[in-house]
Design a protein around this ligand. Structure first.
Ligand SMILES: Nc1ncnc2c1ncn2[C@@H]1O[C@H](COP(=O)(O)OP(=O)(O)O)[C@@H](O)[C@H]1O
Ligand SMILES: [Mg+2]
Length: 340
Protein backbone atom coordinates (compact mmCIF):
# COMPACT_ATOMS: atom_id res chain seq x y z
CA UNK A 1 0.00 0.00 0.00
CA UNK A 2 1.37 3.38 -0.88
CA UNK A 3 0.80 5.88 1.86
CA UNK A 4 1.07 9.62 1.74
CA UNK A 5 3.95 11.10 3.73
CA UNK A 6 3.11 12.36 7.21
CA UNK A 7 1.25 15.63 7.12
CA UNK A 8 3.04 18.55 8.76
CA UNK A 9 0.62 21.33 8.06
CA UNK A 10 1.99 24.78 7.59
CA UNK A 11 -1.62 25.85 8.01
CA UNK A 12 -3.38 25.20 11.31
CA UNK A 13 -5.46 22.07 10.72
CA UNK A 14 -6.68 19.49 13.17
CA UNK A 15 -4.49 16.42 13.31
CA UNK A 16 -5.45 13.80 10.76
CA UNK A 17 -5.67 10.12 11.56
CA UNK A 18 -3.34 8.48 9.15
CA UNK A 19 -4.23 5.67 6.78
CA UNK A 20 -3.35 2.41 8.56
CA UNK A 21 0.21 1.24 7.90
CA UNK A 22 0.78 -0.61 4.70
CA UNK A 23 1.55 -4.21 3.96
CA UNK A 24 4.56 -4.11 1.63
CA UNK A 25 3.54 -5.31 -1.84
CA UNK A 26 6.13 -8.07 -1.77
CA UNK A 27 4.62 -9.46 1.42
CA UNK A 28 1.13 -9.48 -0.09
CA UNK A 29 -0.74 -12.68 0.60
CA UNK A 30 -0.71 -15.03 -2.31
CA UNK A 31 -3.75 -17.08 -1.51
CA UNK A 32 -2.28 -19.28 1.22
CA UNK A 33 -2.69 -19.10 4.97
CA UNK A 34 -5.99 -17.27 4.51
CA UNK A 35 -6.77 -17.41 8.21
CA UNK A 36 -5.70 -20.63 9.83
CA UNK A 37 -8.20 -20.10 12.64
CA UNK A 38 -11.15 -20.27 10.27
CA UNK A 39 -9.91 -23.26 8.27
CA UNK A 40 -11.40 -26.66 8.86
CA UNK A 41 -11.73 -29.89 6.96
CA UNK A 42 -14.89 -30.47 4.90
CA UNK A 43 -16.54 -32.84 7.37
CA UNK A 44 -15.98 -30.51 10.33
CA UNK A 45 -17.14 -27.51 8.36
CA UNK A 46 -20.25 -29.39 7.26
CA UNK A 47 -21.06 -30.27 10.87
CA UNK A 48 -20.39 -26.70 12.05
CA UNK A 49 -22.64 -25.30 9.32
CA UNK A 50 -25.37 -27.74 10.34
CA UNK A 51 -25.03 -26.56 13.95
CA UNK A 52 -25.79 -23.08 12.63
CA UNK A 53 -28.85 -24.31 10.72
CA UNK A 54 -27.25 -24.56 7.25
CA UNK A 55 -27.39 -28.05 5.79
CA UNK A 56 -24.73 -28.27 3.12
CA UNK A 57 -24.17 -31.22 0.84
CA UNK A 58 -20.72 -32.82 0.72
CA UNK A 59 -19.61 -30.86 -2.37
CA UNK A 60 -20.60 -27.53 -0.88
CA UNK A 61 -18.73 -28.28 2.33
CA UNK A 62 -15.63 -29.34 0.39
CA UNK A 63 -15.59 -26.27 -1.87
CA UNK A 64 -16.15 -23.95 1.10
CA UNK A 65 -13.37 -25.65 3.04
CA UNK A 66 -11.01 -25.28 0.07
CA UNK A 67 -11.95 -21.65 -0.41
CA UNK A 68 -10.98 -20.91 3.19
CA UNK A 69 -7.77 -22.92 3.01
CA UNK A 70 -6.63 -21.54 -0.35
CA UNK A 71 -7.93 -18.01 0.06
CA UNK A 72 -9.92 -18.27 -3.17
CA UNK A 73 -13.37 -16.77 -3.77
CA UNK A 74 -16.38 -19.03 -4.25
CA UNK A 75 -18.59 -18.37 -7.25
CA UNK A 76 -22.00 -19.72 -6.16
CA UNK A 77 -24.22 -20.13 -9.21
CA UNK A 78 -27.76 -21.42 -9.50
CA UNK A 79 -31.45 -20.56 -9.40
CA UNK A 80 -32.87 -18.20 -6.78
CA UNK A 81 -33.76 -19.68 -3.42
CA UNK A 82 -31.23 -22.51 -3.43
CA UNK A 83 -29.09 -21.34 -0.51
CA UNK A 84 -26.30 -19.31 -2.14
CA UNK A 85 -26.60 -16.18 -0.02
CA UNK A 86 -27.30 -18.20 3.08
CA UNK A 87 -24.09 -20.15 2.53
CA UNK A 88 -22.13 -16.90 2.74
CA UNK A 89 -23.87 -15.66 5.87
CA UNK A 90 -23.65 -19.04 7.60
CA UNK A 91 -20.00 -19.42 6.61
CA UNK A 92 -19.25 -16.01 8.11
CA UNK A 93 -21.03 -16.97 11.33
CA UNK A 94 -19.34 -20.34 11.62
CA UNK A 95 -15.85 -19.01 11.00
CA UNK A 96 -16.30 -15.87 13.10
CA UNK A 97 -15.73 -13.58 10.14
CA UNK A 98 -17.43 -10.20 9.90
CA UNK A 99 -19.77 -10.22 6.90
CA UNK A 100 -19.25 -7.40 4.40
CA UNK A 101 -22.23 -7.50 2.05
CA UNK A 102 -22.45 -5.87 -1.32
CA UNK A 103 -25.83 -6.25 -3.03
CA UNK A 104 -25.34 -5.83 -6.78
CA UNK A 105 -27.59 -3.96 -9.17
CA UNK A 106 -27.18 -1.99 -12.37
CA UNK A 107 -25.13 1.19 -12.27
CA UNK A 108 -23.03 0.15 -9.31
CA UNK A 109 -20.25 2.67 -9.13
CA UNK A 110 -17.09 3.07 -7.11
CA UNK A 111 -18.89 5.24 -4.58
CA UNK A 112 -21.22 2.39 -3.72
CA UNK A 113 -18.79 -0.49 -3.96
CA UNK A 114 -15.41 0.83 -2.82
CA UNK A 115 -15.28 4.26 -1.24
CA UNK A 116 -16.35 7.84 -1.50
CA UNK A 117 -15.23 11.13 -0.08
CA UNK A 118 -17.60 12.62 2.44
CA UNK A 119 -18.32 15.81 0.56
CA UNK A 120 -20.71 17.15 3.19
CA UNK A 121 -18.15 16.86 5.98
CA UNK A 122 -15.42 18.25 3.76
CA UNK A 123 -17.59 21.32 3.13
CA UNK A 124 -18.37 21.70 6.81
CA UNK A 125 -14.69 21.49 7.70
CA UNK A 126 -13.89 24.08 5.02
CA UNK A 127 -16.36 26.49 6.52
CA UNK A 128 -15.09 25.96 10.04
CA UNK A 129 -11.44 26.59 9.25
CA UNK A 130 -11.98 29.28 6.61
CA UNK A 131 -11.51 32.37 8.86
CA UNK A 132 -8.28 30.94 10.28
CA UNK A 133 -7.09 29.95 6.81
CA UNK A 134 -7.81 33.37 5.35
CA UNK A 135 -5.74 34.95 8.08
CA UNK A 136 -2.86 32.48 7.71
CA UNK A 137 -2.76 32.16 3.93
CA UNK A 138 -3.02 35.92 3.40
CA UNK A 139 0.49 36.44 4.75
CA UNK A 140 2.24 33.69 2.73
CA UNK A 141 4.51 33.98 -0.27
CA UNK A 142 3.98 31.92 -3.44
CA UNK A 143 6.10 28.90 -2.40
CA UNK A 144 4.58 28.70 1.03
CA UNK A 145 1.15 29.04 -0.49
CA UNK A 146 1.77 26.03 -2.77
CA UNK A 147 2.96 24.01 0.19
CA UNK A 148 -0.04 25.04 2.23
CA UNK A 149 -2.37 24.04 -0.61
CA UNK A 150 -0.75 20.62 -0.77
CA UNK A 151 -1.21 20.25 2.99
CA UNK A 152 -4.83 21.21 2.63
CA UNK A 153 -5.34 18.65 -0.10
CA UNK A 154 -3.77 15.95 2.06
CA UNK A 155 -6.00 16.96 4.93
CA UNK A 156 -9.23 16.94 2.96
CA UNK A 157 -8.38 13.70 1.15
CA UNK A 158 -7.30 11.74 4.18
CA UNK A 159 -8.81 8.91 6.17
CA UNK A 160 -10.84 11.44 8.13
CA UNK A 161 -13.16 12.05 5.18
CA UNK A 162 -12.97 8.64 3.54
CA UNK A 163 -16.20 6.63 3.58
CA UNK A 164 -15.53 2.93 3.30
CA UNK A 165 -17.77 0.66 1.22
CA UNK A 166 -17.55 -3.17 1.22
CA UNK A 167 -14.68 -3.65 -1.27
CA UNK A 168 -12.41 -1.14 0.47
CA UNK A 169 -13.49 -2.50 3.85
CA UNK A 170 -12.42 -5.99 2.71
CA UNK A 171 -9.00 -4.69 1.60
CA UNK A 172 -8.39 -2.70 4.78
CA UNK A 173 -9.84 -5.17 7.27
CA UNK A 174 -7.51 -6.08 10.08
CA UNK A 175 -9.84 -8.74 11.49
CA UNK A 176 -11.15 -11.77 9.54
CA UNK A 177 -13.95 -10.78 7.18
CA UNK A 178 -16.04 -12.50 4.54
CA UNK A 179 -16.99 -10.44 1.51
CA UNK A 180 -20.38 -11.34 0.04
CA UNK A 181 -20.88 -10.01 -3.48
CA UNK A 182 -24.52 -10.91 -3.90
CA UNK A 183 -26.17 -11.38 -7.30
CA UNK A 184 -23.20 -10.22 -9.32
CA UNK A 185 -25.13 -10.98 -12.53
CA UNK A 186 -27.28 -7.90 -11.82
CA UNK A 187 -24.26 -5.59 -12.10
CA UNK A 188 -22.67 -4.57 -15.37
CA UNK A 189 -19.27 -5.54 -16.72
CA UNK A 190 -17.44 -2.45 -15.47
CA UNK A 191 -18.09 -3.61 -11.93
CA UNK A 192 -16.65 -7.01 -12.73
CA UNK A 193 -13.40 -5.29 -13.73
CA UNK A 194 -13.28 -3.53 -10.37
CA UNK A 195 -14.04 -6.76 -8.56
CA UNK A 196 -11.22 -8.45 -10.42
CA UNK A 197 -8.73 -5.85 -9.26
CA UNK A 198 -9.80 -6.45 -5.69
CA UNK A 199 -9.92 -10.25 -5.86
CA UNK A 200 -7.09 -10.77 -8.34
CA UNK A 201 -4.60 -8.16 -7.18
CA UNK A 202 -5.97 -7.98 -3.64
CA UNK A 203 -5.78 -4.23 -3.83
CA UNK A 204 -7.68 -1.01 -4.47
CA UNK A 205 -6.29 2.15 -5.94
CA UNK A 206 -7.54 5.45 -4.61
CA UNK A 207 -5.96 8.25 -6.65
CA UNK A 208 -5.59 10.59 -3.67
CA UNK A 209 -4.08 7.92 -1.38
CA UNK A 210 -2.33 5.46 -3.67
CA UNK A 211 -2.71 1.71 -3.89
CA UNK A 212 -3.92 -0.07 -0.78
CA UNK A 213 -3.08 -3.75 -0.53
CA UNK A 214 -4.98 -6.28 1.54
CA UNK A 215 -3.27 -7.49 4.70
CA UNK A 216 -4.83 -10.92 4.42
CA UNK A 217 -6.31 -12.88 1.52
CA UNK A 218 -9.85 -11.73 0.90
CA UNK A 219 -12.32 -14.54 1.54
CA UNK A 220 -15.31 -13.94 -0.71
CA UNK A 221 -18.54 -15.54 -1.83
CA UNK A 222 -19.88 -14.22 -5.12
CA UNK A 223 -23.40 -15.31 -5.98
CA UNK A 224 -25.06 -15.34 -9.38
CA UNK A 225 -28.56 -16.30 -10.47
CA UNK A 226 -27.26 -16.85 -14.01
CA UNK A 227 -29.21 -13.98 -15.53
CA UNK A 228 -26.17 -13.06 -17.63
CA UNK A 229 -22.84 -14.59 -18.61
CA UNK A 230 -19.91 -13.65 -16.37
CA UNK A 231 -16.45 -12.91 -17.68
CA UNK A 232 -13.92 -15.74 -18.01
CA UNK A 233 -11.43 -13.66 -16.02
CA UNK A 234 -13.75 -13.60 -13.02
CA UNK A 235 -14.55 -17.29 -13.36
CA UNK A 236 -10.85 -18.13 -13.47
CA UNK A 237 -10.27 -16.48 -10.09
CA UNK A 238 -13.02 -18.42 -8.36
CA UNK A 239 -13.89 -21.89 -7.19
CA UNK A 240 -17.22 -22.53 -8.91
CA UNK A 241 -20.00 -24.09 -6.89
CA UNK A 242 -23.19 -24.96 -8.75
CA UNK A 243 -26.45 -24.86 -6.76
CA UNK A 244 -29.69 -26.58 -7.63
CA UNK A 245 -32.79 -27.58 -5.70
CA UNK A 246 -31.90 -30.01 -2.94
CA UNK A 247 -32.84 -33.66 -3.13
CA UNK A 248 -35.88 -34.80 -1.15
CA UNK A 249 -33.95 -35.94 1.92
CA UNK A 250 -31.97 -32.75 2.30
CA UNK A 251 -34.99 -30.51 1.71
CA UNK A 252 -36.96 -32.47 4.32
CA UNK A 253 -34.03 -32.08 6.74
CA UNK A 254 -33.86 -28.34 6.07
CA UNK A 255 -37.58 -27.99 6.78
CA UNK A 256 -37.17 -30.04 9.94
CA UNK A 257 -34.32 -27.82 11.10
CA UNK A 258 -36.08 -24.54 10.31
CA UNK A 259 -39.69 -25.42 11.17
CA UNK A 260 -39.70 -27.91 14.00
CA UNK A 261 -43.09 -29.44 14.64
CA UNK A 262 -44.06 -30.44 11.10
CA UNK A 263 -44.93 -34.14 11.12
CA UNK A 264 -42.63 -36.36 9.07
CA UNK A 265 -45.42 -37.42 6.67
CA UNK A 266 -46.47 -33.84 5.94
CA UNK A 267 -42.84 -32.82 5.46
CA UNK A 268 -42.40 -35.61 2.91
CA UNK A 269 -45.60 -34.50 1.12
CA UNK A 270 -44.44 -30.88 0.95
CA UNK A 271 -41.08 -31.90 -0.47
CA UNK A 272 -42.62 -34.31 -2.99
CA UNK A 273 -45.23 -31.77 -4.09
CA UNK A 274 -42.64 -29.04 -4.60
CA UNK A 275 -40.29 -31.33 -6.54
CA UNK A 276 -43.12 -32.17 -8.95
CA UNK A 277 -44.17 -28.52 -9.15
CA UNK A 278 -40.62 -27.44 -10.02
CA UNK A 279 -40.73 -29.89 -12.90
CA UNK A 280 -43.66 -28.10 -14.53
CA UNK A 281 -41.50 -25.33 -16.00
CA UNK A 282 -42.84 -22.48 -13.89
CA UNK A 283 -41.79 -18.92 -14.51
CA UNK A 284 -40.57 -18.75 -10.91
CA UNK A 285 -40.11 -22.19 -9.39
CA UNK A 286 -40.33 -22.24 -5.59
CA UNK A 287 -36.99 -22.16 -3.79
CA UNK A 288 -36.05 -23.49 -0.37
CA UNK A 289 -37.36 -20.33 1.30
CA UNK A 290 -40.78 -21.13 -0.21
CA UNK A 291 -40.66 -24.70 1.13
CA UNK A 292 -39.84 -23.37 4.58
CA UNK A 293 -42.57 -20.71 4.43
CA UNK A 294 -45.10 -23.22 3.16
CA UNK A 295 -44.32 -25.69 5.93
CA UNK A 296 -44.72 -22.89 8.44
CA UNK A 297 -48.06 -21.86 6.89
CA UNK A 298 -49.34 -25.44 6.96
CA UNK A 299 -48.62 -25.51 10.69
CA UNK A 300 -50.55 -22.28 11.16
CA UNK A 301 -53.65 -23.60 9.34
CA UNK A 302 -53.35 -26.90 11.24
CA UNK A 303 -53.09 -28.97 8.06
CA UNK A 304 -51.99 -32.49 8.88
CA UNK A 305 -51.82 -33.58 5.25
CA UNK A 306 -51.82 -32.02 1.79
CA UNK A 307 -55.27 -31.82 0.23
CA UNK A 308 -56.42 -29.88 -2.79
CA UNK A 309 -58.29 -27.32 -0.66
CA UNK A 310 -55.33 -26.67 1.59
CA UNK A 311 -53.05 -26.22 -1.41
CA UNK A 312 -55.51 -23.85 -3.08
CA UNK A 313 -55.77 -21.62 -0.03
CA UNK A 314 -52.01 -21.48 0.63
CA UNK A 315 -50.56 -21.56 -2.89
CA UNK A 316 -49.74 -17.84 -2.79
CA UNK A 317 -46.71 -18.86 -0.75
CA UNK A 318 -45.24 -21.18 -3.36
CA UNK A 319 -46.21 -19.59 -6.69
CA UNK A 320 -45.76 -15.92 -7.37
CA UNK A 321 -47.18 -15.37 -10.86
CA UNK A 322 -50.71 -15.73 -12.24
CA UNK A 323 -49.48 -18.02 -15.04
CA UNK A 324 -47.73 -20.27 -12.50
CA UNK A 325 -50.89 -20.39 -10.42
CA UNK A 326 -52.90 -21.50 -13.47
CA UNK A 327 -50.31 -24.17 -14.21
CA UNK A 328 -50.37 -25.43 -10.64
CA UNK A 329 -54.18 -25.57 -10.60
CA UNK A 330 -54.28 -27.45 -13.87
CA UNK A 331 -52.05 -30.15 -12.33
CA UNK A 332 -53.40 -29.94 -8.80
CA UNK A 333 -54.95 -33.37 -8.46
CA UNK A 334 -51.92 -35.11 -9.91
CA UNK A 335 -49.52 -33.11 -7.70
CA UNK A 336 -51.52 -33.90 -4.57
CA UNK A 337 -51.71 -37.58 -5.48
CA UNK A 338 -47.98 -37.76 -6.24
CA UNK A 339 -47.06 -36.12 -2.96
CA UNK A 340 -48.89 -38.56 -0.68
N1 LIG B 1 -28.76 -25.61 2.78
C1 LIG B 1 -29.63 -24.92 3.49
N2 LIG B 1 -29.81 -25.16 4.81
C2 LIG B 1 -30.71 -24.45 5.52
N3 LIG B 1 -31.48 -23.48 5.02
C3 LIG B 1 -31.35 -23.20 3.72
C4 LIG B 1 -30.42 -23.90 2.90
N4 LIG B 1 -30.50 -23.41 1.65
C5 LIG B 1 -31.42 -22.44 1.68
N5 LIG B 1 -31.95 -22.32 2.92
C6 LIG B 1 -33.01 -21.41 3.33
O1 LIG B 1 -33.59 -20.88 2.15
C7 LIG B 1 -33.55 -19.45 2.20
C8 LIG B 1 -33.23 -18.95 0.81
O2 LIG B 1 -31.89 -19.18 0.52
P1 LIG B 1 -30.96 -18.06 -0.13
O3 LIG B 1 -29.59 -18.32 0.34
O4 LIG B 1 -31.52 -16.70 0.13
O5 LIG B 1 -31.11 -18.42 -1.66
P2 LIG B 1 -30.36 -17.77 -2.90
O6 LIG B 1 -29.34 -16.83 -2.39
O7 LIG B 1 -29.79 -18.95 -3.62
O8 LIG B 1 -31.44 -17.09 -3.69
C9 LIG B 1 -32.51 -19.10 3.24
O9 LIG B 1 -32.84 -17.93 3.91
C10 LIG B 1 -32.53 -20.27 4.17
O10 LIG B 1 -33.51 -20.04 5.17
MG1 LIG C 1 -29.47 -14.76 -2.76
Amino acid sequence: MTVTPPVTPSVPLPSTPSVPPSTPRSAAPEGRHADPASNRDPATLRADLADHGYLADATTATVASLALALGRPILAEGPPGTGKTQLATSLAEVTGRRLLRLQCHEELDEARTSYEWDYGRQMLATQLVRPQLDATLGGLGADELFEATADLERFFFSDRFLVERPLLAAVRATEPVLLLVDEVDRSDESFEALLLEVLGEQQITIPELGTLTARQPIVAVITSNDSRELSDALRRRCLRLGFSYPDADREAEIIDAQVPGVAEALRRSVVGFLAELRGLGLRKPPGISESIDWARALLVVHADRLEADVVRSTMGIIVKHAADETLLLSHLDRLVAAST
